[in-house]
Design a protein around this ligand. Structure first.
Ligand code: ZN
Length: 399
């Protein structure tokens, strides 16, 4: 048997070393050693060969904008204010240029599937149009999903609803929202209902920024699970961030987690940003900003880590170098049904020191789900893996 391409001696995610034989766009063999003719042989000794990394939560319209319009302390509400100042002076070309620069970084790190929220609060829908163009341009290399995200709230901003509909009409894939930013808890609940109804009517997925607060009573995830079940959206809905869960009463969480699992709602924690943003009003004890990942996994809730930001107004210092430390490894639940995920979590010591916010929280932890899928076992993951192997050279020559 001969192959178009053999990737030799790479280490698979489960730690075994193997050769991978590829014909056309198919992974045809994964063996300890393949001795066969090949059009091309790539020596991957000493390197990890895996499914592409997947980032299920990002803000590509804000990426690489650190310093625009000015530098501030880095809290969430301040970041939203800064973004509001920047929006009117954004240009189509600048958004596109920064997004494409980020995509170069993503590809260089093996990140080939990204779900990005795009702010629909600007009546011009400038970022939406720019990222739709980016999506088209990078389609051969990166699977990019766009979420219509009303950053200023569905009810706090006069044209928010209309703009979401316009964005979806233009081709944005997913309905987003930010219930904890609405004026009242009940308006937040109402926004969850309305956004889920929009998605149900159009046959779309939902991904809401949900309870990204330190308030133990912020419980929009409960409403999201309820509406998912009521409208038959099981398997199509995700709640992002979910940080209020770190402060909720244990009894309440023991009821909540089975409801989330029953509704088939996925969870997308974004630990790198939330360990930086949450607990800023705490004296002691200082909360870590982490939602309950181990408990959610144990409850059978599909969970995938997102990156959220790189060098933006809410995560200023996050860098390409940091990504090299595997900060951004994540998986999107609907792409990789099985797999493994690692997360190395650092204390962002420099950042905290610079902002004078409080002492760092050093330490790191790793979560591994053993027995993950190998290259090619998942159709979608396999397809993306092939892109990783075959397209990287083309990307580098993208020009
Ligand atoms: Zn976000």
């Amino acid at each position: 048997m001969s192959f178009d391409l053999i990737v030799k001696g790479g280490t698979l995610p489960d730690g075994t070393v193997a050769d991978i034989g590829i014909n056309g766009d198919r992974i045809a063999a994964i063996e300890p050693s393949i001795d066969a003719e090949a059009g091309r042989v790539v020596d991957a000794s000493g390197n990890l060969v895996s499914q592409p990394f997947v980032d299920p939560h990002f803000h590509m319209d804000a990426t690489l904008s650190y310093g625009l319009p000015r530098i501030a302390s880095g809290t969430l509400l301040e970041g939203i204010t800064l973004w509001g100042e920047l929006k009117p002076v954004l240009t189509h070309e600048a958004v596109k240029e920064r997004a494409l620069a980020y995509c170069d970084w993503a590809v260089s790190m093996g990140l080939l599937a990204i779900r990005t929220h795009v702010d629909t609060g600007d009546d011009r829908l400038l970022a939406v149009e720019a990222l739709l163009e980016v999506k088209k341009q990078i389609a051969p290399y990166i699977d990019l999903q766009l979420v219509a995200f009303p950053q200023d709230g569905l009810y706090r901003s006069p044209n928010a609803r209309e703009n979401i509909i316009r964005a979806l009409d233009l081709g944005v894939d997913i309905v987003g929202g930010i219930p904890h930013f609405e004026r009242t808890m009940s308006e937040g609940m109402r926004s969850v209902t309305e956004l889920c109804e929009i998605a149900a009517k159009r046959g779309l997925m939902v991904d809401l920024h949900c309870d990204e607060t330190d308030d133990p009573l912020s419980r929009h995830i409960e409403q999201l699970a309820y509406e998912t079940k009521r409208l038959g959206l099981q398997g199509r809905v995700a709640g992002s961030h979910l940080t209020s869960m770190h402060s909720m009463d244990n009894y309440y969480v023991s009821k909540l987690l089975p409801l989330i699992a029953e509704a088939g709602v996925s969870a997308i924690p974004n630990p790198l940003i939330n360990i930086m943003l949450q607990g800023r009003h705490d004296t002691y004890p200082k909360r870590r900003g982490m939602t309950r990942v181990p408990e959610m996994l144990k409850a059978g809730i599909r969970t995938g880590w997102g990156q959220d930001c790189v060098r933006s107004m809410v995560l200023p210092r996050h860098s390409r170098h940091a990504r090299r430390r595997l900060h951004g490894i994540a998986r999107r639940p609907d792409v990789l049904a099985r797999g493994h995920a690692h997360l190395l979590q650092h204390g962002h010591q420099g950042q905290r020191r610079d902002h004078g916010a409080r002492s760092s929280r050093p330490g790191r932890w790793q979560i591994r789900k053993p027995g993950g899928a190998r290259c090619g076992q998942s159709d979608r993951g396999g397809a993306l893996a092939r892109r990783a192997a075959l397209r990287r050279g083309e990307w580098e020559g993208r020009g």
